[in-house]
Design a protein. Sequence first.
Length: 384
Amino acid sequence: MTELEIRHTNIFTKNLDAFNDNNIRFIINQGGTRSSKTYSIVQLLIYYCLTNTNKNVSVIRQSLPTIRGSVLKDFVEVMNDLKLYDENNHNKTDNVYRFPTGSRISFISTDEPQKLRGKKHDVIFINEANEIPFEAFIQLNIRTMKKVIIDFNPSEESWINDLMIREVEKTILIKSTYKDNTFLNREQIKEIEALINVDDNYYRIYCLGEFPITHKRVYTHFQISDVKGSLVCYGIDFGYNHPTALVAMYEYDGEYYFDEIIYESFLTSTDLVQLMEKKQVAKDVRIYCDYARPEIMQELSRWKYRTYKANKDVSDGINTLKSKKIYITPSSINLLNEYKLYSWKEKQNEISDEPIKLNDDGMDAMRYALHSFKKNAPVKMKIY
């Protein structure tokens, strides 16, 4: 076999050592941004497929757009760096790459349940695992023969924490920060370290790869429940690199229930419309929109969706949500993750009344829905 030179960080070496340890089944990578954890795992999977015949490897994330914009992009970059990528071996319809050894890597989203339940895997890699529900992990785990590799940015609560406790004898935790990535340039390092000027918690999570301190959370009263009541409106926060978040809001006896409909990055206007059609977003119900993107509102209007400018007052909108009983459906994984992280800025050791503008896409969509709905609700008049 031709000898390959793989430029790598120490995180690749740690994952390779764990992969070769027969006593370890779960390899969990906890780390901050640009720590090389995802890139190193992709390198490891490629190495495994090149040195083993007829193996089935699966890379899993919540949705195909996020796969294409992140881990699949890393895969193609590594293969090109090794001068191994062959477009003829890449079935872009099924998102499968086949190697000359007969091994293959499949890229699967958890919103394709038939694929989760329909195949066996030798190795799986769950990218940004705190995005996916525990039920999906169970389905994947029972169908995996050899190794389960996980990476995530630390959040307050997750089934990953329970897994590490429950399977402690078969689990290794590999923690990483940007300091493990020797390939970062000075500007990239400066950008990461500047997070300390944004917020202590975000510095802990994305720079140090540690769990956040929770005393600065904006909301603490949300509960988890299935939908009750009638659909009254939607809220949508547009993004591209940041996710586009679309939530449905239901009302029952003065209480409000939110269900995550779309939460995906890298969506064009066409992609968004197609997803909304697929998910049967109602066309006779108001959608309160982030009006910073009027061209997307106009595109939705062409498809007969009832788009309205959201009331985007942050302080009043937060107070509106704080004043009501709020429920989030258990399947709304991203809303629940944001709820745990959505925090006030801290300035000179004093907590301000301004929320941090990071990981707030779903929270904004919820705020647009409820606050705009309340502001536009007809006034009830008493007649004496």
